[in-house]
Design a protein around this ligand. Structure first.
Ligand code: SAM
Length: 284
């Protein structure tokens, strides 16, 4: 197995395949030999559980996932990596790569097509320019993932694991809380990547509730409200929701009162339970 945390190997591969790192695609590859095994250990509950990886890079994490799961299917956008991966993943017959933009993947169809009835966990060192959209994409989908274990910027990790109602919380925090439980597993310094980014990172794991809090249909209604609410978080919930969802203020005020909230409450102060009740009260 090629040692992909070795800078000499990385340089040799880059040279052989004339590969240059794309900042725009968030290509900061892991070079700390302890990090990928740890992500794989935390992220893969059993050999039978399939793994969806997002963004392979040179395959440093993919190798560790493939050592621990019967099936790894990765989605990678940058086709320049094709010849590199053909070399670095040679010998792993349990890995397949789908050359696509993860944001354009319909998760339900994708998992059915590639994993069938197998349980699936997501493991990834996410491209930072698109962390929240990718997590929203996963959380909004109606598929039940076993877990989502991802490397994100430290600041994003704090936000994702914040309590709803706290200052750090945002729309994606609410989406996490509505789908499951989030925990920060460990921090990773910027020096663990090549090229080194300007900020430190952390690995988080989201474990969806075994019994979802609501139906997928209701979840998408709640998330519509959440996005509108957080889009104008400094306004009162009434103003943010009335303008974000193009509703009369009276209707929003009544709905908030029906779930026990005063007219001047700010959206970021609402708990997950209140958001669920609010979706029914607003008939949204
Ligand atoms: N897993 C590797 C590692 O840990 O070294 C690479 C991680 S790097 C932070 C992010 C990877 O995601 C890059 O390989 C990049 O090309 C890929 N990527 C960026 N945008 C993507 C997208 N929209 N869909 C799929 N992959 C994407």
């Amino acid at each position: 197995m090629l040692e992909l945390t070795d800078m000499q190997v990385i340089r040799a591969l880059s040279k052989r395949y004339d590969f240059s790192f794309s900042k725009g695609l968030g290509q900061n590859f892991l070079i700390d030999p302890e990090v990928c095994p740890a992500i794989a250990e935390y992220g893969i509950p059993s050999r039978e559980c399939g793994v969806l990886e997002i963004g392979t890079g040179f395959g440093v994490l993919t190798q560790q996932l493939a050592l621990r799961s019967e099936q790894v299917t990765a989605v990678e956008l940058d086709r320049r990596l094709k010849p590199v991966l053909a070399e670095t993943l040679a010998g792993f017959d349990n890995v397949s790569i789908v050359w696509q933009d993860i944001m354009k993947v319909s998760l339900r169809d994708f998992l059915e097509a590639h994993f069938g009835s197998r349980e699936v966990a997501v493991c990834a060192n996410l491209p930072y320019y698109i962390t929240s959209p990718i997590l929203m994409h996963l959380l909004e989908s109606d598929v039940q993932l076993r877990s989502i274990t991802v490397m994100v910027q430290k600041e994003a990790a704090d936000r994702l694991c914040a309590e709803i109602g706290s200052r750090d919380a945002g729309a994606v925090t609410a989406a996490v809380r509505l789908r499951g439980h989030a925990e920060q597993l460990f921090e990773v310094p910027r020096t663990s990547f090549y090229p080194s980014p300007k900020v430190d990172s952390a690995v988080i794991r989201i474990t969806p509730y075994e019994t979802p809090l609501c139906t997928p249909e209701k979840l998408s209604r709640v998330l519509r409200i959440v996005k509108a609410g957080f889009a104008q978080r400094r306004k009162t919930a009434v103003n943010a929701l009335a303008s974000g969802l193009a509703l009369p203020k009276e209707q929003v005020t009544e709905a908030l009162a029906a779930v026990g909230q005063p007219a001047n409450v700010r959206f970021e102060q609402l708990s997950a339970e209140t958001l669920l009740a609010l979706a029914d009260a607003m008939q949204q």
